[in-house]
Design a protein around this ligand. Structure first.
Ligand code: NIG
Ligand code: FE
Length: 425
């Protein structure tokens, strides 16, 4: 079927984030959204063909105006499709039983060390079939889409044994092919030490390095390799071996760093040249400096601090130190069971000292760079993928001000309308 061009017209604010495709935005640049008032965009062949004021774009296409499907964005804002650069999308089960335990004072790590937490999700995920995981994750992706998200990173890590890690990665691949949302896959075999290796964690590390990473790379099932570097999970030394093994096989490095305790995770990210270090609630000053110097993107996950009742990462300090900051839901069954990236944006402002402009940068172009998609998505520029979200608010401040609600009006993914009037098409 031939797809009509889509002409989005008269946006109150067209938020372009232009000139950001080659590198993530840092420092003051994170406030420069490059907004066009009465803005319009012409989308065709899945690509953004023209961006400008309505007058400019209408003039450019004056001969072809009749051909287009017109969306009137009067009174609304138009942004790049949001990008979520850190999720544990593919999993089975839910852990509300732990919620009550935590409300009564048990900590996340205590629950995990007692065999719950990640281990509980691993049990459920191992028991689930490919089809069951696919169906549950597909529904989550629909929810992401309904909240304006068009690209999602997804980690494995609830298998912790080859056949189940493989199953998770294959589900992510099928979802990428069949759901409108694009998925970028990360292998995270080193998410926890499984119970049968409790006495010999290094043996599990060897298994990840010698058996799993080479196979993931050979099968082309992931672009990134991630590890939970935390006291009681994987040490910085083990994490380094795992990340370097990934790099040897062409898997770019990411790291769950300094979440519960300062553990020199950010420093390790800088040392191995990781694309991002994620969490960073307890990052050291040296770690922040090292990240700025080595261009490691900070992927901050305030939903996790919120849900675990922990102190928030200091986003303000990182931006002021010259670190490029991205934001993500960390969507997962234990520490952040949400898909609402707009709520995360609100937390970024209220709890991490970021401005509304910075949180938009952090969930679009900087998030895209955190998964190596900055050249393709994350800004509204000619030649980029036609991934666009329209929010039913007159200015971008309202997107974070009226919090905890879904302002998404329409979503266009790869030039195709996928959400209209807040409903899936
Ligand atoms: O990013 N911190 C480690 N991993 C996940 C949580 C996984 C889980 O609790 O199931 C995170 O918060
Ligand atoms: Fe995570």
């Amino acid at each position: 079927m031939i797809q009509k061009p889509i002409f989005i017209r008269h946006a109150n604010q067209l938020i372009t984030l232009k000139n950001s495709s080659s590198a993530p935005l840092k420092g003051n640049e994170m406030n420069e959204l490059h907004i066009i008032e009465d803005g319009s965009v012409w989308l065709e062949h899945g690509i953004i063909q023209a961006v400008g004021t309505d007058k400019e774009v209408a003039e450019l296409f004056q001969e072809r105006l009749e051909e287009a499907y017109v969306i009137d964005a009067t009174g609304k804002i138009v942004t790049p499709g949001l990008v979520d650069p850190h999720t544990h999308l593919v999993h089975a089960g839910s852990r509300e039983n732990e919620f009550n335990m935590r409300l009564q004072g048990a900590t996340y790590m205590e629950i995990m060390n007692a065999g719950g937490g990640i281990h509980s999700s691993t049990k459920a995920t191992r028991e689930a079939t490919h089809e069951q995981l696919y169906e549950q994750s597909y529904k989550r992706l629909d929810q992401f889409l309904l909240h304006g998200v068009t690209t999602v990173e997804a980690k494995s890590g609830y298998g912790l044994a080859w056949e189940h890690e493989l199953k998770q990665l294959e589900v992510a691949k099928t979802l990428h092919e069949q759901h409108p949302i694009d998925i970028v896959s990360t292998f995270m075999g080193a998410h926890a030490v499984p119970a049968n290796f409790k006495e010999n964690p290094d043996e599990f590390v060897d298994l990840v390095i010698n058996e799993m990473i080479p196979r993931v790379a050979e099968l082309g099932l992931a672009e990134f390799n991630d590890v939970f570097c935390e006291r009681g999970v994987f040490t910085p030394k083990q994490s380094k071996r795992i990340l370097e093994a990934g790099l040897d096989h062409g898997l770019l490095a990411k790291i769950h760093a300094d979440e519960i305790e300062p553990y020199a995770g950010a420093e390790l990210a800088a040392e191995v040249g990781a694309v991002s270090a994620d969490h960073l609630l307890r990052v050291s000053d040296e770690g922040v400096i090292a990240m700025a110097e080595h261009g490691v993107i900070a992927v901050l996950l305030p939903g996790t601090a919120f849900f675990l009742m922990a102190d928030f990462a200091n986003g303000r300090r990182m931006i002021d130190a010259g670190v490029a900051v991205a934001l993500s839901t960390d969507s997962n069954p234990g520490s952040s069971p949400t898909i609402s990236l707009p709520f995360i944006m609100n937390l970024g402002c209220l709890k991490m000292g970021m401005t509304p402009a910075e949180v938009l940068t952090a969930t679009t172009i900087n998030a895209a760079h955190a998964i190596k998609r900055g050249h393709e998505v994350g800004s509204i520029e000619k030649g980029k993928k036609a991934d666009i979200t329209i929010f039913n608010v007159p200015n971008f401040y309202q997107l974070v001000y009226h919090y905890g609600m879904n302002h998404t009006d329409s979503v266009i993914k790869g030039g195709k309308m996928v959400v209209q009037g807040g409903q899936l098409v």
